[in-house]
Design a protein around this ligand. Structure first.
Ligand SMILES: C[S@@+](CC[C@H](N)C(=O)[O-])C[C@H]1O[C@@H](n2cnc3c(N)ncnc32)[C@H](O)[C@@H]1O
Length: 204
């Protein structure tokens, strides 16, 4: 690793450390998932520096945010800081990880739900975020759920449903579905590939 990469890595770690600490504790480090048999990826953390380009278009009034596989809650920290006043959920399959996140964020306006997003996607979710949470089979089931939610969004929340998918290894699941419109999100070259997916009527 050359010097400039080392410096960049140090700056990222420093930013992650101090941002995390504002929300109670440093939450760095990866936890191996006990749910690989269910298609789950390990609990890893996004870096704060990766988030602003993904949300550069901002939110619609009344947007309801859902972090799909919220893990230790770094995205939730950033949303609480950047988008105060919006309703937000973290859904996490690993009950130990979810319980820690729930305890750490107990004094903040965020709802943590423990279990599988395929059955627990909230009825009022409008903007879903994914950082490579699971494999293509689970992604297909998740898309089925989203299409049902898109057809029955409650009054007062903005449609259509949108998904921001970072490190989008299974983007083909959405690309193959005529109900989905997929556009790549421009990000710096050192970041993972990212996409915005709009689900439901393409007349909106
Ligand atoms: C790569 S981590 C992302 C953590 C967090 N979103 C972030 O960006 O920092 C992916 C998480 O998705 C969770 N996960 C995997 N399958 C899931 C499912 N079916 N429903 C809900 N969460 C799931 C994993 O347990 C893991 O914690």
């Amino acid at each position: 690793m050359n010097t400039s990469m080392l410096i960049r890595r140090f700056k990222r770690l420093r930013q992650n450390y101090f941002f995390d600490r504002r929300f109670g504790a440093f939450i760095g480090g990866t936890k191996k998932t006990p749910f690989a048999h269910m298609g789950a990826e390990n609990t890893a953390n996004i870096a704060y520096e990766e988030l602003p380009p993904l949300f550069r278009d901002g939110l619609r009034p009344g947007e309801v945010l859902v972090d799909v596989g919220c893990g230790k809650g770094r995205v939730l920290n950033w949303w609480l800081d950047t988008f105060p006043g919006y309703r937000m959920y973290g859904i996490e399959l690993d009950e130990d990880v979810a319980a820690e996140t729930e305890t750490r964020l107990r004094n903040y306006p965020v709802t943590i739900v423990i279990g599988d997003i395929r059955t627990l996607a909230p009825e009022d979710g409008t903007l879903y975020f994914l950082f490579n949470p699971f494999n293509a089979d689970v992604m297909a089931g998740f898309l089925d759920t989203l299409k049902k939610r898109a057809a029955g969004l409650p009054d007062g929340v903005p449609g259509p449903i949108r998904v921001i998918y970072y490190n989008c290894l299974h983007l083909h699941v959405f690309e193959a579905d005529p109900d989905c419109r997929v556009t790549l999100i421009p990000v710096p070259p050192q970041f993972h590939r990212a996409a915005l997916i709009t689900i439901g009527s393409q007349d909106d």
